[in-house]
Design a protein around this ligand. Structure first.
Ligand SMILES: Nc1ncnc2c1ncn2[C@@H]1O[C@H](COP(=O)(O)OP(=O)(O)OP(=O)(O)O)[C@@H](O)[C@H]1O
Ligand SMILES: [Mg+2]
Length: 411
């Protein structure tokens, strides 16, 4: 990960997003609690919809973000936990069965049943990213979370499999390699955000996490304490900016600026007295539009996004299984009136969440754009100390090793 003067253990996360690359350095204290001691961010120009499309610019952004974080934390970064997203990511539920060798489940039985569950046919250009156990069944007794030590003759595992395009993952490894950084682990971005934001109660009851970034909206559904469904929708903040640029006939940069300052998703909540200066293109004189007009452009785009999320939930059958509602996060969830709009659209409780319960820089902790970065750090921390496992992590542990094998096999 990284080295520091007083030999404290450091963990580094690198979120290579469509709008920004963020590097966070976390310091682990004697009680294994994590504290953020360094942060670096750089605008990202080499990604489209969550996927690297320009290696040169991505490398520059990573370098800038990492150098900034190194300077602030006073350390040198050698490797980082990073995220992966994009519409190439697919997920499916699978199932494996094995005989228990000595009438009592041991680790090797669990490993074998997980291997059996991951043995499904996937396209040649895809690789398994995560195998996330949902439940174990021993001799028809379901709902078991920790099977080791239990008696029986037949062990079954239900798992959630996440696969991603080999080339997309390789490009991330390549970009980090060009910055002399090793990939510690590569984690599906919404899994990382879930780790930072969702409570165990919510996961038990049934909840849907929606991370609205710049290029993609990432979804993760949890019920009965385990992950059940993941999906990626290629519409997010960039499309909102695009709509503003087209509707107000203004350059994309001005549209982004206007959005960041005045974004509102409910025309009813717009400030009736506020008018916004809109620069025009090609030296034409600027104009002024009302705040309500802006909300009338932004609102329908988010509405459309919510319709797509709802169709995805219906398609997967989880729309009736999430009484804890929807948890919104990601930079593009910081819009006035979004919770109200979402509650009307989904007809269930909605909250916007930012990471909390971790010490360090407040600017990062209260910003939903950093949920993935913080989640990546938390996953690293738990993996390092094998702390009381959240289910996502415990299941991801084995996968991390497999991911490493996969990369070493490819490079
Ligand atoms: N106050 C705000 N109001 C509206 N939109 C905002 C606000 N702040 C940030 N955004 C939008 O959030 C998006 C960036 O969010 P985030 O940093 O989570 O994305 P990312 O991680 O870079 O992208 P992705 O996860 O899609 O690859 C941008 O589209 C930006 O315009
Ligand atoms: Mg993101």
């Amino acid at each position: 990960m990284a080295k520091k003067k007083q030999d404290k253990q450091l963990i580094v996360s690198l979120d290579i997003g469509t709008s920004k690359v963020a590097a966070l350095v976390g310091e682990i204290d004697d009680q294994h609690a994590i504290r953020i001691v360094g942060i670096g961010t750089a605008p990202s120009r080499g990604l489209k919809r969550g996927v690297v499309v320009d290696i040169e610019s991505t490398v520059k952004s990573i370098q800038q973000a990492v150098e900034e974080a190194e300077l602030m934390a006073g350390c040198q970064v050698h490797s980082a936990i990073t995220g992966i997203a994009g519409s190439h990511v697919r997920s499916l539920n699978s199932h494996g069965i094995v005989a228990i060798r000595d009438k009592e489940v041991v680790q090797s039985d669990v490993d074998r049943v997980i291997d059996a569950a991951r043995a499904v046919a996937i396209p040649a250009d895809q690789k398994v990213l995560h195998v996330l156990p949902q439940e174990y069944i021993i001799d028809n007794q379901g709902g078991i979370r920790e099977p080791i030590g239990m008696s029986g003759v037949r062990l079954e595992a239900k798992v959630h499999l996440v696969t991603g395009a080999v080339s997309a993952a390789q490009n991330i490894v390549k970009c980090m390699g060009r910055c002399n950084l090793a990939v510690g682990e590569m984690v599906l971005e919404q899994l990382a955000s879930s780790e930072a934001l969702l409570s165990d109660d919510e996961k038990e009851l049934g909840v849907c996490l929606v991370d609205i970034g710049a290029g993609t909206t990432d979804i993760a559904v949890f019920t009965q304490g385990s992950i059940q469904h993941t999906a990626v929708i290629p519409i997010a903040g960039d499309q909102v900016t695009n709509d503003i640029a087209i509707a107000l006939r203004t350059p994309t940069q001005s549209a982004e600026k206007i959005k960041l300052e005045y974004a509102c998703a409910m025309p009813e909540m717009a400030d009736p007295k506020q008018s916004i200066e809109v620069p025009s293109v090609a030296n034409r004189p600027g104009r002024r539009v009302s705040h309500k007009t802006l909300a009338e452009i932004i609102g329908p785009r988010y509405q459309e996004l919510f319709t797509l999320i709802w169709s995805e939930l219906r398609r997967s059958g989880f729309h009736e299984l999430i009484p804890a509602g929807i948890v919104l996060t990601g930079g593009a969830s910081r819009v006035q009136g979004l919770v109200d709009l979402a509650e009307i659209a989904f007809q269930m409780p909605v909250r916007v969440a930012a990471p909390e319960g971790i010490e360090g820089l407040d600017e990062v902790l209260n910003d939903p754009a950093y949920s993935t970065s913080i989640g990546l750090l938390l996953m690293g921390q738990k993996q390092l100390y094998n702390a009381p496992t959240s289910r996502v992590l415990s299941s991801a542990n084995g996968v991390f090793t497999k991911m490493r094998d996969w990369f070493s096999g490819n490079f």
